[in-house]
Design a protein around this ligand. Structure first.
Ligand code: DHB
Length: 312
C-alpha cells in the first residue's frame, strides 16, 4: 500500500535517502538499497571530477533535534565512479536509482547529461539546481532565466527521465515564476526542498560558529525546515502540470511528517538529516509510524491521502 510510480519506475516504498546523505560511496549506496523500507537510492550529487569538499568541521547537529547545518562543498567520487556503480547495480536490484548531478557550470551539467544519454543507464536523473555550499556559485534555481536556459539545452537532446532538485522558495510570486519555467518542459519529477541555504548556528559555550567553511554559513535541514518543505510541496503541486511528480524532502523525522508531505501532494518522500542522525533504521521506524497513522484513520492507500490537505 505504500507504493508509488514515476513513469515506468515503480517504487514499492515511498521513502528514499535525500541526495548527499549516506550515498557517497558504493558501500553506503548498497546499504540504502539493502534496507527493506526504501523504494530507491539517490546518489551523491556528482561533478565531472572527484572533489574532497570543504574543510571540516562541515556538518553539525543542533541541540534538541532542532535540525542540522552543513557546508559539505560537494565532496564526491566523480561522475565516472557513480556511472560505473549504477550501470552495474541496475542489473541486480529491483529498486530504482536516481543519479544526481550538480555541475558547477551549465556546461558541466550538459556534458554529464550527454554522457548519461549515451550510456545504458535506465534510471532517473536528478539535476541539482540548488547546492548552496560552493563558494562563488549561486543556487541556479534562484535565477529563473538561468533555470530556463539549462532546461532548454538539456531537453534539446536528453530523452531519459529527468527531474530537478529545487531550493526552497519563500515568496508566492517566486512559486509562480519557477512553476511557469518548469511547466514548459517534460520533467518526470520535481524534488523540493534542498536545504535552506546559508543559515548560521552559534555555539553558546564558545561564541563561535559550528562549521568551518564560509565563516559558518551553511544549509539548514531537519526539523526546523519542515514548515518550509510543506509549503513548497503544496505550492508546487498546486502549480505544476499533473504529469510532473513531486518528491517531498525536508524535515522528516516521523511518520506524521511523511503523512503531512503527502497531504500536501508529495508522491515520494526523502529523508536527509534524520538519516544522518539515526542511520538506516529510520526507514523502518518512520514506515511503522506512517502505517499506524493510516490504519488509525481507516485508510489503506496513500491515494486517499495525497493532496487531500483541508483548508479552513
Ligand atoms: C551539497 C549541499 C547541497 O545542499 C547540495 O544540494 C549539493 C551539495 C554539499 O555541500 O556537498
Amino acid at each position: 500500500t505504500l507504493s508509488a510510480q514515476i513513469r515506468d519506475h515503480h517504487f514499492d516504498h515511498i521513502l528514499l535517502n535525500a541526495a548527499g546523505v549516506m550515498c557517497q560511496t558504493t558501500e553506503e549506496l548498497d546499504q540504502i538499497i539493502e534496507t527493506s523500507n526504501t523504494g530507491a537510492v539517490v546518489t551523491k550529487s556528482a561533478t565531472t571530477a572527484p572533489r574532497p569538499g570543504n574543510p571540516k568541521p562541515r556538518y553539525h547537529e543542533m541541540q534538541d533535534n532542532l535540525g542540522t547545518i552543513n557546508s559539505m562543498g560537494l565532496p564526491n567520487e566523480g561522475f565516472d565512479y557513480y556511472l560505473d556503480y549504477v550501470l552495474d547495480k541496475q542489473n541486480t536490484t529491483s529498486k530504482s536509482i536516481f543519479f544526481s548531478i550538480a555541475g558547477l557550470t551549465k556546461q558541466e551539467n550538459i556534458d554529464m547529461l550527454h554522457r548519461l544519454q549515451d550510456s545504458n543507464f535506465n534510471g532517473l536523473v536528478e539535476l541539482n539546481l540548488s547546492c548552496p555550499n560552493v563558494p562563488g556559485k549561486p543556487q541556479t534555481a534562484y535565477d529563473f532565466e538561468a533555470t530556463q536556459a539549462i532546461l532548454e539545452e538539456a531537453f534539446a537532446f536528453f530523452t531519459g527521465d529527468l527531474g530537478v532538485k529545487l531550493p526552497p522558495y519563500f515568496d508566492i510570486v517566486h512559486f509562480n515564476q519557477i512553476a511557469e519555467v518548469l511547466n514548459q518542459f517534460p520533467l518526470a519529477f520535481v524534488n523540493t526542498i534542498n536545504s535552506i541555504g546559508n543559515g548560521l548556528v552559534i555555539d553558546p559555550e564558545t561564541d563561535t560558529v559550528v562549521i568551518k567553511p564560509k565563516g559558518g554559513f551553511g544549509g539548514l535541514g531537519g526539523t526546523i525546515v519542515k514548515a518550509t518543505a510543506l509549503a513548497n510541496v503544496r505550492a508546487l503541486r498546486q502549480r505544476l502540470n499533473s504529469s510532473i511528480k513531486v518528491i517531498g524532502t525536508g524535515g522528516v523525522t516521523s511518520g506524521r511528517d511523511v503523512y503531512d508531505l503527502i497531504l500536501c501532494g508529495a508522491d515520494l518522500i526523502e529523508i536527509g538529516s534524520q538519516l544522518a542522525i539515526e542511520g538506516t533504521p529510520v526507514f523502518d521506524r518512520v514506515t511503522d509510524e506512517l502505517t499506524a497513522i493510516l490504519k488509525a484513520k481507516g485508510y489503506d492507500n496513500l491515494n486517499q491521502v495525497r493532496g487531500q490537505l483541508q483548508i479552513i
